[in-house]
Design a protein around this ligand. Structure first.
Ligand code: URP
Ligand code: ZN
Ligand code: ZN
Ligand code: ZN
Length: 488
């Protein structure tokens, strides 16, 4: 269908510059970006005077309809994406979980789940075991199925966790395919030990979750993954960076020139773990995620790291369970399904905490919420920009309007929200997805099945020039030292 839209008079923001300009959209594509565009009849005109016109958010980290910890996340590709659009996010990358370790079966299952998609999406693939079949399937995922990233779990012992040996093999495979290796960095063996300690002490409530897996375990695993990626000489993407400990390892490696990407998530940037001590179980349990939300101070340090470029982009790890599902762990924190919401809230929270507070420029806001994700996963400038030829995934944000977060009005299927009652300044007033206005005047107009699978090609910018370091390394091996035997 052909929808023609002219967004007039707003401040158009890209990660590299902002300008007052009009944006003309036709057939889902940005046709023109310049001041005073003249159009004929049958064009929808949106007045954006005094507002920001920005690329729709891209959430690099979500779990829709995921089977996990004995249940299934409550937001599927319909409700989760509807929530995303209402909050100014127009694309997300979800994690395919293999079926009994089988990647192809996992992808098939997720392709089915995504049939009700209402916006564009891509996939990362989790690697939960290792054999020849998995290795071959990784090739298939990259070369046939448009997946260019694989997540390795260093935690969740007994289910998703893999050994260092497998991580190493996975890193090598990723390198050969031009795919990005992602890690959930917590020391799973130590977490299991920490959990046992808590249970032995009789601590079975949600606070035991935080106490059993402190920041030091995240720092250790982050450092280990970074060093193994260094040994292999391949880029590394650390998902959900929740602590100063992990952030400092990333900062150090980047300073030394290593290609490491750090992804903080909205919850880690904004919340602190005091909620886990709340006397009401349901209230406390909704804040349980892994790695845990940390004590006050980590949030502030992560925001500083984001504003100075030490961390590069913001996700949510949207992984929602309702109160009934969270009740699975009412007798034992180890059984609380891990995960919090955020897909609808991220754009507002980051605007308020970073831009409205004066800690970040609007161009950097676009970079961390959209552009950098598109670049890392190699879909820029189709996504992550408002340029001629880009997909028309656009939001209009009014910096003078306010938002209020409440489970009574959010679009997620969950009965709770970890940001319940949070208010702030800066409101997404319109969302355009694939060139259609899907959210306006507080109303959603979405069409199940309209979401498209976005293929992500390998060898993105993180691999640029990587061969040089390899060539130098191998050249050094090609000149073995000739020794003569000497008498002892
Ligand atoms: O608690 C979390 N993060 N749940 C989702 C799974 C993961 O580790 O990302
Ligand atoms: Zn058309
Ligand atoms: Zn994880
Ligand atoms: Zn996750």
């Amino acid at each position: 269908s052909s929808e023609k839209i002219l967004i007039k008079g707003g401040t158009v923001v890209n990660a590299h510059r902002k300008e007052v300009a009009d944006v003309y959209i036709e057939d889902g594509i940005v046709v023109s970006v310049r001041p005073n565009i003249k159009v004929g009849d049958h064009v929808k005109i949106i007045d954006a005077t005094g507002k920001y016109v920005m690329p729709g958010g891209i959430d690099p980290h979500t779990h829709l309809e995921m089977e996990f910890m004995g249940t299934v996340t409550i937001d599927d590709f319909f409700t989760g994406q509807a929530a995303a659009l209402a909050g100014g996010t127009t694309m997300h990358i979800d994690f395919v979980i293999p079926v009994n370790g089988n990647l192809t079966a996992g992808l098939e299952s997720y392709m089915n789940k995504a049939k009700k998609a209402v916006m564009d999406y891509g996939f990362h693939m989790a690697i939960t075991k290792w054999d020849e079949g998995v290795s071959k399937d990784m090739e298939l995922m990259v070369n046939e199925h448009g997946i260019n990233s694989f997540k390795f779990f260093m935690a969740y012992k007994g289910s998703l966790m893999i050994s260092d040996e497998l991580l190493l093999q996975g890193l090598q495979k990723c390198k050969s395919l031009g795919a990005i290796a992602m890690v959930h960095a917590e020391n799973g063996d130590a977490v299991a030990e920490g959990q046992k300690r808590m249970i032995d002490l009789g601590i079975t409530g949600p606070e035991g979750h935080a106490l059993s897996r402190p920041p030091v375990l995240e720092g250790e695993a982050t450092a280990r993954a970074i060093r193994l990626a260094n040994f292999v000489n391949t880029p590394l993407y650390v998902v959900h960076v929740m602590s100063i400990d992990a952030m400092e390892e990333i900062a150090k490696a980047r300073k030394e020139g290593q290609r490491v990407i750090g992804e903080p998530v909205a919850s880690g940037l904004i919340l602190d773990d005091s909620w886990l001590w709340h006397p009401d179980y349901t209230t406390a349990a909704k804040y349980v995620m892994s790695p845990p939300i940390r004590t006050s101070g980590h949030d502030k340090a992560l925001r500083a790291a984001l504003s100075t470029g030490v961390l590069q982009l913001v996700g949510t790890d949207h992984c929602t369970f309702n109160s009934t599902q969270k009740a699975l762990g009412s007798e034992d924190f180890r059984k609380i399904p891990n995960g919090v919401n955020g897909i609808e809230e991220r754009m507002h929270l980051i605007w308020d905490k970073m831009v409205e507070s004066g800690q970040m420029t609007v161009t950097d806001y676009v970079r961390v919420t959209s552009t950098e994700c598109a670049k890392v996963f190699n879909i820029y400038p189709r996504k992550g920009a408002i340029l001629e030829g880009s997909d028309a995934d656009i939001i209009i944000l009014n910096p003078n309007a306010s938002f209020k977060i409440a489970s009574a009005s959010h679009h997620s299927r969950s009965d709770t929200n970890v940001y319940e009652g949070t208010t702030g300044k800066g409101k997404v007033e319109a969302t355009i997805s694939q060139g259609r206005v899907v959210y306006e005047d507080g109303k959603l107009k979405v069409t199940p099945g309209s979401g498209r699978y976005i293929r992500m090609p390998p060898f993105g910018y993180l691999f640029d020039g990587m061969e040089k370091a390899d060539a130098a390394y191998f050249a050094s091996l090609n000149a073995p030292i000739q020794r003569t035997k000497s008498a002892a």
